[in-house]
Design a protein around this ligand. Sequence first.
Ligand code: MG
Length: 370
Amino acid sequence: MSIRRVAVLGSTGSIGKQALEIIEARPDLELHSILCLRNIDLLRQQKKKYLPSISAVVSPEGDIPPDIIKGTGVLDQAVEGADIVLNAIVGSAGLRASILCQELDIPLALANKESLVIGGKLLRDHLKAGKVIPVDSEHSTIERCLQSEKRPVRGITLTASGGSVLLMSVDEIRTAGPERILKHPTWDMGARITVDSATMVNKAYEVIEAGWLFENIPVEVVIHPQSIVHSFIRLEDGSWKALLGQPDMKIPLQYAMQWPDRELDVLADDKPVNWGALTFMGMNGEKYPAFSIVVQTGIDGETFPAVANAADEVAVQAFLEGRILFGNIAEIIDEVLTLHQSYSVGSLEDVLEADLNARAVASGIVSKLC
Ligand code: MG
């Protein structure tokens, strides 16, 4: 049994924590490094418990012990020497890490959505080489469903839970506060992604991601409140294929870290009789105005997705701080996109520049709203 050394970037987040548990439970996985943005207390605990070779923090608040490395250069040190990198960094900051994996030719277990949404074009070589393994439950499902298919498939259908706003009226949604929005019915996730689920910006990102991962296969979305079906593919003859089970990020995480052909441990023991009724419904554009706006940026390409993402990050942060209404999030994304002069993406700098400008524009709009 060969040991695989895993770098866990974003180890203090929800995905990172679950990855550490999987690595600890498996004798064939070894923790190469942990890296976080600033949560030094949790990083210290993780270092003590899981014993990685390298522990790194990008921008710590306060003093850190000498055996934890810090600063902007730590990313390279955390990634070098790993056999596989789990990129669970939150937000656009994760793109740099993904590009680094491509440069060093290290397989990338990708839980950072923004990498493909804003920088898919920059990761083409790694995608073409089949070295980007999705951790998102929907894309992991599609990957697994496609694996044994020798014939072309007709399409991909991503499932969406509908988030915490599914049963609210359009008026209620507009003014809902963070405490209501953060109550996601089926998945337990970080704050930003929970808000992005409620606006369906998250699902729009997943449509864009699917476009990069599974080129030339049409993508649709269906609302499925129970989150038991983790997405479908539609076969040549019109029949459907899916992966089902209780929502649990450890399933796609283990799959990605064991990719392509290692054994999988049993992680779930639920049974179909416990699932209850499974229902499906079409997307309601009135409830989720941000969805089509962000999907369109994927079609328009260039810097548009990066701008939508930056505007969304600023708007979601302002919403979580109670400065704007939930309904303002889609309006802010739309307005920032309208003001943006797009250009083609040739480098990380192109993306970061668009990101920075869009943040400034979005912050200006937020200030006017407060
Ligand atoms: Mg997902």
